[in-house]
Write a protein that binds this ligand. Structure first.
Ligand code: ATP
Length: 347
């Protein structure tokens, strides 16, 4: 049975004109970057309060995960860093995936538009990745038979593919995008990826003004590193989505810039686009804070606080493109606090 929660959208937590949002700092660079989000929200007076929940990577149970899920269900919205799972106990759920699957966050959206002035392998990139976020190889149906054979079930359902494909075409219509390319490997996985492609084509027929074509995932990666400007929206199953999103970030400025949005019928979770931990750079004042700040901008737009979102967006743009205050991942020498301090000047 497809994991499709027929949830009625719940009203967002709103008390005295202020929204409450779940904040899961996670591991690595997550906590320090969340601190900057909180500081910036205070400076601009964004009407948002955070309910912070921690998930210790070393824990051998699901208690903190369950508490975080309850918190997101209560508030409707969350912002998160990377949540790690170190336990190998099979009853301990992979937290990042459990958050997506148990809240039925069936679609992931990453907008990847080049920042002028940021050194990158390619300029002029403007691609939106729309990825199925809850099934495929991430269905968590993996088992070993006597330690000799391992089976991992890749689940593609008509219902979930239909939802993500409709989301993509509606997104294109609303945002005046012209073309959707469905990414797949249906030449080999004829049934599973075949179904994904078939449904995408079926949905495309209802949107004659939007061009639809498809591409095999390996060729897609080759095209992305050679001529990424040819793509507009990429519609992908789960695994290919994370691969192409990472390739796109890699060729257009790295992992420190883009945010990712996870949506379901009832809940929304915002996070840095490539979901990295950044363990090696944690606490060293060199992480690029822009991806997390962009996640906070997405969240503010989602809550309807467009005015505050635009303030941060503008401060980021000025800092990154005009003043070129860049952390080492962008080839610069600025520290995280120098980037934040420049952003604060604009705010
Ligand atoms: P996985 O999630 O697959 O385990 P990972 O978490 O190990 O991957 P990371 O090592 O965290 O991946 O990130 C990949 C690379 O990107 C690292 O070199 C990391 O330092 C860098 N990176 C990630 N996020 C940022 C950031 N915000 N600023 C600067 N560098 C970053």
């Amino acid at each position: 049975t497809p994991r499709c929660i027929k949830a009625t959208p719940i009203p967002l937590a709103l008390y005295g004109g202020r929204h409450t949002v779940t904040m899961i700092p996670g591991v690595g660079i997550g906590p320090e970057l969340m601190n900057y989000v909180t500081q910036i929200f205070n400076v601009i007076g964004a009407p948002v309060d955070f309910e912070v929940t921690q998930i210790d990577p070393k824990r051998h149970d699901n208690q903190e995960l369950d508490y975080s899920l309850v918190s997101i269900k209560r508030n409707g919205v969350a912002i998160k860093g990377h949540v790690e799972t170190r336990s190998t106990d099979t009853t301990v759920k992979l937290r990042n995936i459990a958050i997506r699957n148990e809240l039925d966050l069936y679609v992931y959206v990453m907008i990847c538009k080049s920042y002028p002035g940021v050194p990158a392998k390619h300029s002029g990139v403007d691609i939106v990745v729309i990825r199925q976020n809850t099934e495929g190889e991430y269905s968590m149906l993996e088992h070993s038979i006597a330690g000799k054979v391992v089976e991992n079930l890749k689940i593609i359902t008509k219902e979930n593919t239909m939802r993500v494909a409709r989301y993509a075409f509606e997104y294109a219509k609303k945002n005046k995008r012209k073309k959707i390319t469905t990414v797949h490997k249906a030449n080999i996985m004829k049934l599973s990826d075949g179904l994904f492609l078939k449904i995408a084509k079926q949905v495309a027929r209802n949107y004659p003004d939007i061009e639809h074509n498809d591409i095999i995932v390996d060729n897609c990666c080759m095209q992305l590193v050679s001529k990424p400007q040819q793509f507009d929206i990429l519609l992908t199953p789960n695994l290919y989505g994370t691969i192409v999103a990472n390739v796109i970030c890699g060729i257009s400025g790295g992992p420190g810039l883009r945010s990712g949005k996870n949506y379901g019928e009832a809940f929304a979770v915002f996070e840095p686009g490539t979901r990295n931990k950044g363990i090696m750079i944690a606490g060293k004042n060199r992480a690029n804070p822009i991806a997390m700040l962009n996640a906070s901008v997405d969240m503010l737009h989602h809550l309807g606080h467009d005015h505050h979102a635009r303030k941060i967006e503008n401060a980021i743009y000025q800092t990154v493109t005009k003043d070129k205050v860049h952390t080492p991942d962008l080839g610069g020498s600025a520290t995280t606090t120098e980037v934040i301090s420049k952003i604060m000047d604009y705010l």
